[in-house]
Design a protein around this ligand. Sequence first.
Ligand code: MG
Ligand code: MG
Length: 246
Amino acid sequence: MRRSPDELAKMRKAGRVVAEIHEATRAAIRPGVTTAELNEVAAAVLEKRHARSNFLNYNGFPAVICTSPNDMIVHGIPGDVVLHEGDIISVDCGAIVEGYHGDAAYTTGVGAISAEAKRLIEVTERSLWAGIDQLVVGNRLHEVGRAVQRVAEAAGYGVVREYVGHAIGTEMHENPQVPNYWPGTPGPTLKSGMVFAIEPMVNVGTYDTYTLDDGWSVMTADGSLSAHFEHTIAVTDDGPEVFTVL
Ligand code: MG
Ligand code: MG
């Protein structure tokens, strides 16, 4: 779907709120903080900006952010989990402003982290930007996944298959989906006004996953570390415009 300039202006506002949540939660991450406290930080930003959460009550999800440490890939529920020096933590969040959605995620270290964890975070973020670079008018959507996969696999990492990016607008998850790998069939041709959430999930080991008994927390099957980066981006005649940045 192609969004009008008026719709894109609203999505720009929603994206900015998401970026503010990223900034606030990043500043709160330190050894000893709980993931529930990070959720409260995010909720305070949403309230201050008069934005609604698209995460809270999504299929019954009980919080405004997802917090996924170490070998958890995505969808972790904030709670009494305490972050420790050397952990990595993925934070995924969204916002609704005037009926339009933003969605973005990042992974960061808690205090000093291992060289391997640093490399995973750096490669995953770089794979996101390689994907974003493909969001140009006339290109095909599957080139996003190919670019992400090229970066992640060149580093020897596994690209998660079961969870993917998506179009976004008046709903958080719209069609088409955006796999982070070559899906086997070509994607649609990109036109100005299309908006996507691109979100590589990259594991140090294999891409296989399993879900905990809470029905949400998605883990790496081999127990290896996982990182997740996401932005909401519009395809424009001037190239990709990332909405979820300050
Ligand atoms: Mg997200
Ligand atoms: Mg998303």
